[in-house]
Design a binder for this molecule. Sequence first.
Ligand SMILES: Nc1ncnc2c1ncn2[C@@H]1O[C@H](COP(=O)(O)OP(=O)(O)OP(=O)(O)O)[C@@H](O)[C@H]1O
Ligand SMILES: [Mg+2]
Length: 243
Amino acid sequence: MKPVLEVRNLVKRFGALVATNDVSFTLHEGESMTLLGPNGAGKTTIFSQIMGELQQSAGSIHLYSEEISRLKPAARIKRQIARTYQVPRPFAELTVLENIRIGHMPNSIWDMLRQRPDLEYERQLAHKVGLAEADYERTPAELSMGDLRKLEMARSMACKPKIMLLDEVFAGLTAAEVSQISELILKMRADGMTFLMVSHDLPALKPLVDTAIAINQGAEIARGSFDQVMANPAVLSSYLGEV
Ligand SMILES: Nc1ncnc2c1ncn2[C@@H]1O[C@H](COP(=O)(O)OP(=O)(O)OP(=O)(O)O)[C@@H](O)[C@H]1O
Ligand SMILES: [Mg+2]
C-alpha cells in the first residue's frame, strides 16, 4: 500500500509546554487510523500542524512523498487533504450550500457573489452526507448539532480529499446521528478514503479504525490495533488521570 501521509519526528512547543513530543507515523492508502488520548494530550495540535494552521517546531510532514511542512493551509487543501473541526465554525450569514462552497475556497466569496453559481456540486455533497434538501438554503443557526457536523463533513469534502482528518466527529450527537455519521464514514472507507480520526466516543470509533496510536502529554505511549492499544495499562492510566 502506498504511503499517503507521513509525519516524521514532529515537535510542537508552546513556550515551555511540549504539546507534540517527537511523534512519527505513516498512514497508507485506504487505512483508517485514530489518535487516542485524554483531554489535552495533543491530538488537535497534531491535526493543526498537518493542515499548516500551526507551524511545527521541528520535524516534517509529507503527503504522497512531497514535503508539505512549510506550505500554507490553502496550498495543503489544494493537495486534497481535508479536516473537520472539533467545534464547527460555519459562516453564520451564509446558507448551508454556500458554506460548503466557501469552506474549501476561502477566496471565492467574491466570485460567488458575482457569478451566483448553481451550487450543483455543493448539492451533491450535501446529499451525500445526509443533509435534508429543506436545509440547503437555511443558515447554520437553524441546524441541529448533527446537521452541523454533516455540514462540516461536506465542507471538508469539497476539496475532493484523498485523506480526511476528522476531529471529534461524534461530539454532541444523538445516538441516531452517531450511526448516520458512522455509516457515512464506513461507506467512504469502502470507496478507498484514508482517514485519521479523533473521538472520545470509543465505542463509535472502534469499528471505524484499523490502527491506533495513543498519545499522552504530546508523546506516543502505545500503537497497534484499537483493542491492543486500549488494553495497554499505560493507556488506561492516562485516561484515568483525566477524571
Ligand atoms: N495555541 C496554543 N497555545 C498554547 N497552548 C496550546 C495551544 N493549543 C493547544 N495548546 C495546549 O497544548 C496541549 C494539547 O492541546 P490539544 O488541543 O492538542 O489537545 P487534545 O488532545 O486535542 O485535547 P481534547 O481532547 O481536549 O480536544 C494542551 O495543553 C493545550 O492547552
Ligand atoms: Mg482536541
